[in-house]
Write a protein that binds this ligand. Sequence first.
Ligand SMILES: [Zn+2]
Length: 221
Amino acid sequence: MNIFLTIDDAPSKHMKKKVDFLSARKIPAVFFCRGEFMPRHEEFVIEAIQKGFLIGNHSFTHHYFSEIPLEQCFDEILKTEKLIEACYEKANSQRPSKAFRFPFGDRGGKEKGLNVERDKVQKLQNFLKELGFEPLDFNPKTPDKFIDALWDWDTEDYKENLIKNPDEYQKKLEEFWEKSKDKTHVLLHHDFDHTHHLFEITMNFLFEKRVQFLPIKAKKT
Ligand SMILES: [Zn+2]
């Protein structure tokens, strides 16, 4: 199996542990950061940049974009952009590419049947494009017209029953592996304060299976 490793909702107090672990093993990853968390652990984001990880934008307060007005969506993106740019500057590093992931993968068009909502999806894509965002070179279930990055292996490491029951979590990893081991996947993990133990389980599991971790790059156009 080949894996693109994507880690959402960073930075947490455990981000440094993740960065050190991945960097020691030369595993590439993108950390999609939430602006509201960045001031508290800015130094971890800077260190991640210096160690070659890509920092992506994951909005500021993690609303469903379908549920907030367009102007507020723009603001969510811009506020986090400012913080990310500042981190690249402090890291003295050029940002290799701008990647975006919508909170919950919600592109702003979940209220079906309304033209105005479809219009909102397009306006958000246009906005990202104007800001210089680019699609990453993995593209599961995602037509090329979309700039934001989706995933196709959700570890569900945010689910209460799995957080409390690591054996059950491990079993789910096994099940996914069995049905999908010959494929390439974009794996979704999280960087929450209370789920780091599941990250360790996942990484040990993937090592044991000798998966190949692929570099995270912008798609060549
Ligand atoms: Zn998220």
